[in-house]
Design a protein around this ligand. Structure first.
Ligand code: GLC
Length: 339
């Protein structure tokens, strides 16, 4: 009898530990974080790296305290789940990798971050229709079941930057199949969806989001790419863009506003709970004044529309944080939080 009581006590204690790790502050709906003071940042250059570059669990979670001290409340964690799958038909997520992510997610939730967990670096067009769909649904079936006891602090972003190779009709179909699965595991789970063309505004044409509660649309904004991505190693010809400035003239500002107006226009005929500007940023090498002006303009436009936002990224190429000096870039942090 004593043995069973002790066992029950231990199991209850383990459950309590997990519940505590989940925290509670992040449980407010994502829409309540769509304010100037509640922005977010993507924790890039780790879990979303290609398999051969992945170095294992985050050894120190000190970054999370740093990000919290910067004032951010949303932590977007890009994860290349598709790189860590076993073979067909199960496409089982590597349990060690899943544990690595868990540790980080738990620590983030314990710090009251709203955690947006995405599916990064996944290109469904690489596979046959059948295989692509199987991989996509297997990932989200496993994740929604694995995280079913987690509270609303955890948000799922179903597909980062679907390319133009996948039609919006197919995306809508994939979402319509997987959203009920996610919700059967966690009825209150908030979900973020994206249209094709790498989540750019242009991709919204003809995109229909799932018409159910607590679904958010995400858009990524990097226009003009010639300025934000100058020198980007992953874009052919981007070295010729180095030196491009962004003056922030009335015409420049109007161009940003007009682009973002298209999102609000799309929203009028689609039922979503909000818009999440899930990525925007400028590479660090760009002219400093132009960089600060652009970030400030895009952030201000986003907040004035009632959107949530997350800067790309924390401390990699677009970094708001200067890892060489171990401190925030005060200029970037300042314009992100309206100072
Ligand atoms: C996307 C890509 C990422 C890139 C960023 C900015 O999220 O996955 O690798 O750095 O956009 O271009």
């Amino acid at each position: 009898m004593f043995f069973f009581r002790a066992l029950f006590f231990l199991v209850a204690l383990a459950g309590l530990g997990r519940a505590c790790a989940e925290g509670s502050g992040g449980d407010a709906p994502l829409s309540s974080l769509c304010t100037e003071k509640s922005g977010g940042v993507s924790y890039s250059n780790h879990f979303e790296l290609p398999l051969e570059k992945y170095v294992g669990a985050v050894e120190s979670v000190a970054d999370l305290d740093v990000i919290r001290s910067g004032g951010f409340k949303i932590l977007r964690i890009p994860v290349a789940w598709g790189e860590h799958l076993g073979g067909s038909p199960d496409y089982r997520i590597d349990p060690t990798f899943l544990r690595d992510v868990d540790k980080f997610v738990d620590q983030a939730l314990a710090r009251d971050f709203k955690v947006v967990l995405d599916l990064h670096r996944f290109d469904i067009s690489k596979y046959s229709d059948r295989e692509g769909e199987d991989r996509f649904s297997s990932i989200w079936k496993q994740l929604s079941s694995h995280y079913r006891t987690y509270g609303r602090g955890l948000v799922f972003e179903l597909y980062n930057e679907p390319s133009q190779q996948i039609s919006n009709d197919r995306l809508s179909y994939l979402y319509s199949k997987i959203v009920p699965v996610v919700r059967s595991n966690s009825p209150a789970r908030e979900i973020v969806v994206s249209a094709n063309r790498w989540s750019k505004v242009e991709g919204l044409k003809g995109f229909i989001s799932p018409q159910v509660a607590d679904v958010y649309l995400t858009v990524h904004y990097y226009a003009p790419a010639k300025f934000t991505h100058q020198g980007a190693s992953w874009i052919a010809g981007a070295s010729a863009w180095v030196g491009t400035k962004w003056e922030g003239s009335p015409a420049d500002q109007k161009a940003v506003a007009q682009d973002l107006d298209l999102v609000d226009e799309w929203r009028r005929s689609n039922r979503v709970s909000g818009v999440f500007l899930g990525e925007f940023g400028v590479l660090k090498g760009a002219d400093r004044l132009s960089r600060l002006n652009w970030i400030k303009t895009v952030r201000t436009e986003s907040v004035s529309r009632g959107w949530c936002w997350a800067y790309w990224d924390f401390k990699a190429g677009f970094g708001a944080y200067d890892s060489s000096q171990n401190k925030w870039d005060a200029g970037v942090l300042g314009v992100l939080f309206g100072k």
